[in-house]
Write a protein that binds this ligand. Sequence first.
Ligand code: ZN
Length: 324
Amino acid sequence: MRSAGRVGIGSSAAERPRIQWPDGRDFAFTIFDDTDSATLELVRPVYDVLDGLGLRTTKSVWPLRGEGSPDFSGSTCADPEYLAWTLGLQAKGFEIGYHGATFVTSPRERVIAAIERFNDLYGHYPLSMANHLACGESIYWGADRVTGINRLAYNLLTRFRGNGRFRGHCEGDPLFWGDICKEKVRYVRNFTFKELDTLAACPMMPYHDPERPYVNHWFASSEGRNVEAFNRCLTEANMDRLEARGGASIMYTHFASGFNDDGHINPRFQSLMERLAGKNGWFVPVTTLLDFLAQQRGPTVISDRQRQGLERRWLMSKLTIGPS
Ligand SMILES: [Zn+2]
């Protein structure tokens, strides 16, 4: 294990060693799609766009059916037609990621059942995941995303709404599943930044944080929670800059949020994706990209100073882009 060293948070893109992407590609781009509100009708046409352009990204799923009437629901792997479609995506080279057991809080036994169900369906345990805001078993989430003085700042910023609410990492709690996460899940998403070049915002990713031992490796992402935010981040100027400096982007989004409006794909999204796909980018799923970065640099363990800098930059970013 080594520290992130000279690719630390203080280094600019100019100082950063340029990454030699596979197959002579100039930069890397992918997407982690949180499955909130997703239905076949809403998101299949969006994936048809990505597929048609040759982009391969990560679509998350909820393996189990949820109960109750939460703020966000959507299709789960209990829906045979939806499940078949996700398996078809996987067969085409898209990655299927994990967004929690389902759209409501699940105790440990349900999480274990969900992770096993995922393995049965997709042939492997979840390689990448993102916490879902409505799930109490989310791991190191809410105020536990950040440390020390930054936690206090986060709590003040969010009026303590996320303080102690998420229990996935709390040993002895009915919602604890940290040991399962450590054993089965390779990458977990944490911070979201407004820069399109995620690697410039978080040069040490994927990284291990010794303060959060139940997560093997963390990754960051770029802010694109709905079609407006996505299009705002992926402007022509930003994608040209990403290309010029050989960076890597992992967009965070919800493809059910405005990308397909009553059967019509958002035209700005469509044209931006076409422009991007015309470039010499490496368009692979999240885990493929993170595995490559990890292989290039060896395992990265974040230092206290790097953690502090990363958390502070995220908190500053939250002031301008809102909760994520
Ligand atoms: Zn979610």
